[in-house]
Design a protein around this ligand. Structure first.
Ligand code: FES
Length: 481
């Protein structure tokens, strides 16, 4: 089928919406509620387009392409309507950006700037209300605001929420939903209880504003970075690079990233690959003896990787009978941070008390880990905030690769990992006739574990990761736009 967009012909597939065709063809349409393959909610009404020169504006995200359809994506009418819808959303936000954790990385803020939303027709002006009315309005607004800082990984502040529903549609364990009824419906958690989830952070990467953000205080990290009596050691997960390039605009490779980290105040920059290698060796060691007892009942075998903290939590919550099957070895970052604090400190004759280990992580759930050796866990988003605070986000610092750590890491571990790579490396390490599998995403994990429980499948080792493409799309990475 063919449709005409702005006078040019394009082919469309059967289930395509107008927005799908435009995105595929690189025709930009502003959107806020629609995101990638998530369910289309059509609530923000920013993606308006005109159909068949009728003057009728429709949401392109919810309008199916029909053969012969004529679509216009830009004209005065469309611009005006989009701007009004945007202004309605922006009216709630104006003046709040300064203290927002997503300031300068907020999709609504970017659109408001693009559409030059400066007039506030929907906000009462000075003198239009009595002070009593103003107080009442403010109290009413605040009575609906939910600020939840109880979750160790994710912070919620509903005053920034634009009700786009992306969090509802992306959460793999359905922790979000609607509260209240009719015109008062708001996105939140069941009965407005503290967020109870598996901390994967997907909601934060998908939230277009600062309604969902990283828990934690970057000022503490900055204080340590600036303290000249402290040796700040960054441990960098190499999988953060692509995302770091979004936050630190002049970073083009690992060397630049190491250079930028040094400029922020990290005296040493180590690559987490060392920890990954030690982790794989420990896992191989752990599962090896069990191979001889292949017929051992599932309940007595350790076969599930503990690499992904969210997956371990998912199993705790939904497959509690399999908790004891999780391989009990320390995670790469714990192994490496401990080595920094004890072995490296000893070799360099530094008092471990004067070392701060800062993990730069692609994973939001890692924030939940309690480790005596890791002082700060910083997501890529937070790394961007630190750089913006220190005004280094737009500078390319020439740097050499990461510093040399204790013993050399085998080159094969120095690649991007986290997407079936753990199982591949483990398979290499233990060799022989092992049944090794990988499950990425909650659905795959559920299917693999159920099959194992029903004895339809046997795994000697199963890599489980909650993020659909492993750490590469981890919940600590930069916003998914
Ligand atoms: S993107 Fe279409 S209504 Fe929000």
């Amino acid at each position: 089928m063919q449709i005409k967009i702005n006078g040019k012909k394009y082919s469309a597939k059967e289930k395509d919406t107008v927005l799908d065709v435009c995105r595929r063809e690189g025709i930009r349409i502003p959107t806020l509620c629609s995101h990638g393959k998530l369910k289309r909610e059509a609530v923000c009404r920013l993606c308006l387009v005109e159909i068949d020169k009728s003057g009728r504006l429709v949401t392109s995200c919810a309008t199916k392409a029909v053969d012969g359809m004529k679509v216009e994506t830009e004209n005065e009418n469309i611009q005006k309507a989009r701007a009004i819808n945007l202004e309605l959303l922006w009216a709630d936000h104006a003046g709040k950006c300064f203290q927002c954790k997503k300031n300068r990385r907020c999709e609504l803020q970017t659109l408001a700037e693009e559409y030059k939303i400066e007039n506030f027709h929907f906000v009462p002006r000075k003198g239009e209300m009595t002070s009593g009315e103003e107080n009442e309005l403010l109290l009413d607004n605040w009575s609906r605001v939910v600020v939840d800082r109880e979750n160790p990984v994710i912070e919620r502040d509903s005053q920034y929420c634009v009700e786009c529903r992306r969090c509802i549609n992306i959460c793999p364990v359905s922790s979000y939903g609607f509260n209240h009824r009719s015109g008062d419906v708001v996105v939140g958690t069941p009965y407005n209880q503290p967020l109870d989830c598996i901390f994967c952070g997907a909601c934060v990467t998908h939230c277009p504003t600062g309604a969902l953000a990283d828990q934690g205080d970057i000022q503490k990290v900055i204080t340590d970075l600036d303290d000249t009596n402290i040796l700040s050691v960054a441990i960098v997960d190499p999988v953060v690079l692509k995302s770091a390039m979004q936050e630190l605009l002049e970073v083009k490779n690992m060397e630049n990233l190491a250079g930028n980290l040094r400029a922020l105040g990290c005296e040493k920059v180590f690559d987490l690959s060392w920890g990954f290698q030690k982790y794989v060796e420990a896992v191989a060691e752990e599962i090896h003896p069990h191979h001889a007892r292949k017929k051992t009942p599932v309940r007595q075998r350790k076969f599930i990787s503990s690499f992904c903290p969210s997956a371990a939590l998912y199993i705790q919550k939904y497959f509690p009978e399999l908790i004891k099957n999780i391989i009990d070895v320390k995670r790469p970052e714990e192994l490496m941070a401990e080595a920094v604090k004890w072995e490296y400190a000893k070799r360099e004759k530094i008092d471990p008390k004067n070392i701060r280990v800062i993990l730069i992580s692609s994973c939001a759930a890692r924030k939940k880990l309690k480790s005596n050796a890791i002082d700060h866990i910083v997501t890529v988003r937070e790394l961007g905030r630190i750089a913006r605070e220190k005004k280094t986000e737009n500078i390319r610092f020439k740097g050499s690769a990461a510093d040399k750590f204790l013993d050399e890491t085998d080159a094969e571990y120095a690649t991007t990992y986290g997407y079936g790579n753990l199982s591949a490396m483990t398979a290499k390490k233990i060799k022989g006739d092992f049944s090794i599998g990988a499950a990425n995403g909650v659905l795959e994990i559920k299917n693999a574990l159920s099959a194992e429980l029903k004895r339809e499948k046997h795994y000697d080792f199963l890599e489980v990761m909650v993020c659909p493409r492993g750490c590469e799309r981890g919940g600590g990475q930069s916003a998914e736009i």
